[in-house]
Design a protein around this ligand. Structure first.
Ligand code: FES
Length: 137
């Protein structure tokens, strides 16, 4: 065997032997980088007013609407898509309202009235024990 062939053979062997480790490292990070449930508050806090704003949660800003007794919770990123103000929940009309320029969003985050043109980002939300957890939907 020539020296060049030997070096190529050893080099290929090193690459081939490290490939499974590299693949395992990448694949183990993929599920945790997206789709993990994040705790954003407690069900006791949500039940006080029927809404809970967690501006600095691990999932980012989240506004949860509902109670721990309701089967479905509504959770959105409350950052208005027009210019970044924080929207509030209006229980009487079941809409998210922006105090800055009057944009209105439905409970599903879709724009009902401008000037905003893009929907609010939504989250899947559920109760786990005494915690409220969300993940991007
Ligand atoms: S920032 Fe919300 S309507 Fe302008």
């Amino acid at each position: 065997m020539k020296r060049r062939d030997f070096v190529n053979w050893v080099g290929l062997g090193l690459i081939a032997s490290s490939l499974p480790v590299a693949i395992a490292a990448c694949s183990s990070q993929t599920p945790s980088a997206s789709g993990n449930w994040q705790t954003v508050g407690t069900s006791a806090d949500l039940d006080k007013t029927g809404q809970l704003l967690a501006k600095n949660s691990p999932a980012g800003p989240v506004l949860i609407v509902g109670t721990s007794k309701a089967p479905n919770l509504t959770a959105v990123n409350p950052t208005c898509t027009h210019a970044g103000c924080t929207v509030g929940w209006e229980p009487s009309t079941k809409t998210f309202l922006c105090p800055c320029h009057g944009s209105k969003y439905g409970a599903d985050g879709k724009v009902l009235k401008g000037p905003a043109t893009e929907a609010l980002k939504t989250y899947a939300a559920k109760i786990e024990g005494s915690s409220i957890v969300v993940k991007p939907s």
